[in-house]
Design a protein around this ligand. Structure first.
Ligand code: ACO
Length: 427
């Protein structure tokens, strides 16, 4: 028997049969359900898209109940263990792991597009020294769009590829320049002899030394963090990239929109919020009072909970292990004890257990970033660099999907019916 859903409209007594494919019914099929010919037809109401599939995607799979995350079928644990960020970016974008020669030429291509036009720096100079780094990233992406007018040809796969490479290559340069600007330090240019993460560290941290040598443990830790953050299917920022990109906006501006979404404290700003929260708690003895405040809904336990994961976030588990490796080099972060105790208490408390609230990717990543020496306001930027690969993969898939059109939700209008305008002196 075919997979169908039989619906009876009790307003009219009429029965409709809707096709079920891949566990979904098409919202547009509901439009046939009408009380009369004048009726617009039934819609679904789904604020925050909690139960709406907005696309078909073959990029990333999350099974929130089982705590599974896979890119193109490959488990995140295996990629974090054995792959590199640039290989993962290739996988996300082009669908398969590259052969050795494909990987070499991809790495070479990205490495040779890391320089950013000098005039972009002038834009950077316009910011106040204490401007939030994410605001600068959003603006810099918008600025880059003005340098690459041909990127508007989003329907041309060759043009798309060219600008995908440019964005992946230039994200660390822009990010590092935002950082140096924040500290008032001179900008450092890319070193093509270094890896993606190693070069990023060079542009961030090099001072008077003629050649920067990244610490291999920190370099690998950053690369693994990049892998873990590279994509996460239809999250708020990926949806922003898709929605803005669906208007055939160029990829730089589409990613500026995605970065703006990532900036929010409920999304990519959460790792910053976690650090501030741990600092505010201050000591292990203050945790019970803090937890009480959360249960009374005066606070949120930042870094806990996820719209999709209703089990331990698999990225959080990897990051927790990574934190210990980084602390071997940097020394233990004093906030770690508070984080570990907070996690222990929360995982034992019915308030969190019954709501399936577990640590997410941001709970421990902030501790690593802080130990490496990053200021908290830079954390979302460290998230945006690798996520650019995911945003681009989602944007490209959206453009290549014949079912997609400009994103345009419907509304339930709750305002006034028609009423006549009243001149100001008669109100
Ligand atoms: N602390 C305390 N209570 C929480 C938390 C939290 N972190 N998260 C959810 N809850 C509670 C809610 O109050 C709600 O309780 P109720 O049913 O009694 O009203 C219940 O758990 C369900 O929460 P929702 O807000 O409905 O869950 P939603 O899926 O909308 O939100 C979100 C998910 C935004 C991530 C939320 O858990 C949150 O705010 N977490 C803290 C911020 C954070 O860490 N964000 C990073 C997410 S990962 C990422 O974007 C990279």
């Amino acid at each position: 028997m075919a997979d169908t859903l039989t619906v009876t409209d009790n307003r009219t007594g009429k029965t409709y049969e809707l096709a079920i494919n891949d566990g979904t019914v098409k919202a547009i099929d509901l439009r046939d359900i009408k009380v009369d010919e004048e009726d617009f037809g039934l819609m679904v109401y789904d604020p925050a898209f909690k139960n709406t599939a907005a696309c078909r995607s073959s990029i990333t799979l999350i099974d929130g109940d089982k705590g599974i995350l896979r890119y193109r079928g490959y488990p995140i644990e295996q990629l974090a263990e054995q792959s590199t960020f640039l290989e993962v970016a290739y996988l996300l974008l082009w669908g398969e792991l590259p052969s050795k020669s494909e990987l070499d030429s991809w790495v070479n291509e990205v490495t040779h597009h890391t320089y950013v036009h000098q005039y972009v720096l002038r834009g950077m100079e316009g910011f106040k020294w204490d401007a939030h780094a994410m605001g600068k990233v959003v603006s810099m992406l918008g600025t880059l769009s003005t340098f690459y007018g041909d990127s508007k040809k989003v329907r041309d796969p060759k043009v798309r590829r060219e600008h995908i490479v440019k964005i992946i290559a230039k994200m660390p340069t822009i990010a590092a320049w935002c950082y140096r600007h924040m500290l008032g330090r001179p900008y450092i240019y890319p070193d093509n002899e270094l890896s993606y993460a190693g070069n990023f560290m060079n542009m961030l941290f090099r001072m008077a030394e003629p050649r920067y040598k990244p610490d291999p443990i920190i370099e690998r830790a950053l690369d693994v963090l990049f892998i873990l953050h590279a994509d996460h299917e239809q999250n708020c920022s990926a949806s922003a990239a898709r929605a803005v990109g669906s208007a055939e906006t160029d990829p730089y501006c589409s990613l500026a929109a995605a970065s703006a979404a990532l900036y929010g404290p409920l999304h990519g700003g959460a790792n910053e919020a976690v650090l501030r929260m741990l600092r505010e708690i201050g000591s292990v003895s203050e945790i019970p009072a803090f937890i009480e405040g959360v249960k009374k809904r005066e606070r949120r336990l930042m870094g806990f909970g996820h719209r999709v994961y209703k089990n331990y976030d698999p990225r959080a588990r990897i990051i927790k292990g990574l934190a210990h490796q980084v602390f071997e080099v940097t020394g233990k972060n004093p906030l770690l004890d508070i984080a570990l105790e907070l996690e222990k208490i929360a995982l034992d408390d019915d308030f969190f257990v019954s709501r399936k609230l577990y640590p997410n990717v941001d709970f421990y990543s902030g501790l690593i970033y802080q130990s490496i020496g990053f200021p908290v306001e830079f954390f979302p930027v460290l998230f945006a660099i690798p996520r650019a690969a995911g945003w681009l993969a989602q944007w490209k898939e959206m453009l290549e999907d014949p079912e997609q059109k400009i994103a345009r939700p419907r509304q339930i209008y709750t305002g006034y019916d028609e009423r006549p305008y009243v001149p100001v002196d008669e109100r």
